[in-house]
Design a protein around this ligand. Structure first.
Ligand code: UTP
Length: 408
């Protein structure tokens, strides 16, 4: 892109300040900035002026979950169906590891964080150990696709190499990268990270399947016969991946997707609640859950929106292929964003200072015809690490690991 075109593009979005240091850059720096301006999608900034996601939501009604009693009663049958699907090579797993993990406060990818006390126990290691349990039971490798971002790709790949994939078969692991989006201040002015570099951040976990396509990974999976993808977050160190019982339940209920859910520990707990929206499965984020919805009761007299998602979903790939062209809603999320201050000095703020623009995997559920909410015992399967201390932290996850007999 030439300088004049870049200036025109920026003017269209009122972002001319991004070239304020252009003349002070060397030739290389100028060319890099022009390329970045060319490749940046400033349209996301429009979502700042649009109505909030909740205002645009339809009518919310309860969606009953398959609860633990029912799961236990059918466990053998579900597990058998799930194991058969795994053995037939139709199940793949997708690790969403493109996030920045800013709340944890480490510059390294979240998965390389060591939660061990007497020995190293890296977050990635915990996930692989859990997946290996299923691989050993099924006697078949499960293709594992790992999504990274521009910010952590190299570090993630070299960590897996260095640790020899924690015993996982290297040939069964494929990395791919997600897209980036610009980050802005509260007025929608995009930050500069350096004098010749626009501040960008991963564009949320909702773009995982389109990125799988972009990288040719979805095609490769289809060629290998994969029909189901179990998508999961990097930060839940207790989660069961490619859980045969979960897979079997979704298959036998003939749903095109499934969501692992836990009973919320408080009506306002910071997890999305599974529900129906205009009769289709959907998830209301915790910040969109109104007091009326928090108090609502179902026909059994229990809290109607009491099941929270834990970012562990199963998707049928044919359905994903159908919805891939649809634009998911953009969430404007307040975060701490490293940037240049007015004097041109680099700062790493201690408090949130602006917005990132993200698409979320949970919004995919609403695009699909059916979803089975599948209850899991929270203390056995839900130990998310978002923060260093307090709620959903390294500390709380360590306690839960110990409770489950994992030596740290
Ligand atoms: P979170 O929103 O909890 O993680 O993402 P984060 O953005 O890494 O953390 P903070 O808010 O900055 O502290 C949940 C899951 O989605 C992945 C994360 O890696 C995590 O597994 N994710 C998130 C992506 O893969 N890409 C993204 O752009 C955002």
């Amino acid at each position: 892109m030439r300088e004049v075109e870049a200036r025109n593009k920026l003017a269209k979005y009122s972002q001319q300040h991004l070239m304020q240091y252009y003349d002070s850059l060397d030739e290389n720096g100028q060319a890099e900035l022009l390329t970045q301006i060319e490749n940046t999608d400033f349209e996301v900034l429009n979502s700042l002026n649009q109505q909030s996601v909740m205002e645009s939501k339809g009518t919310i009604t309860p969606l009953a979950a398959m609860e633990i009693d029912e799961i236990e009663a059918n466990k053998n049958q579900f597990e058998e169906i799930g194991l058969q699907a795994i053995k037939a090579g139709t199940v793949g797993a997708v690790l969403l590891a493109g996030g920045m993990g800013t709340r944890l406060g480490s510059d390294a990818p979240k998965g390389v964080y060591d939660i061990g006390l007497t020995r190293p126990v890296f977050i990635f290691q915990r996930l692989i150990e859990n997946l290996l349990e299923v691989v050993n039971r099924a006697g078949a490798w499960i293709p594992l696709y790992i999504m990274t971002s521009d910010k952590n790709h190299k570090a993630t790949v070299s960590f897996f190499e260095q640790k020899e994939y924690f015993g996982y078969q290297k040939e069964s692991v494929t990395f791919f990268m997600q897209d980036m989006a610009p980050a802005s201040d509260y007025n929608g002015k995009v930050f500069l990270e350096e004098k010749g570099k626009i501040s960008t951040s991963p564009n949320g976990n909702g773009g995982w399947y389109s990125s799988m396509h972009k990288w040719g990974v979805a095609r490769k999976a289809a060629e290998q016969g994969v029909k189901w993808l179990n998508v999961f977050a990097v930060d839940n160190v207790l989660q069961r991946i490619a859980d045969p019982c979960f897979i079997g339940a979704v298959l036998s209920r003939q749903c095109v997707s499934g969501a692992k859910v836990v009973r919320k520990n408080a009506p306002d707990e910071k997890v999305g609640s599974i529900c129906l929206e205009d009769g289709k499965p959907s998830i209301v984020e915790y910040y969109d859950l109104t007091p009326e919805l928090m108090d609502a009761k179902d026909e059994k007299g229990e809290a109607a929106y009491n099941f929270g998602v834990i970012l562990n979903y199963l998707f049928h790939t044919e359905s994903l292929d159908e919805i891939i062209k649809k634009q998911l809603p953009l969430h404007v999320v307040e975060k701490k964003i490293a940037c240049l201050d007015e004097a041109g000095n680099q700062i790493s703020p201690e408090k949130p200072n602006g917005y990132k623009y993200e698409q979320l995997v949970l919004d995919m559920i609403h695009e699909l015809d059916s979803c089975l909410p599948f209850e899991v015992v929270r203390n056995r399967e839900f130990a998310p690490i978002k923060n260093r201390t307090g709620i959903d932290s390294v500390e709380s996850a360590r306690e839960l690991c110990k409770e489950n007999g994992i030596i740290l």
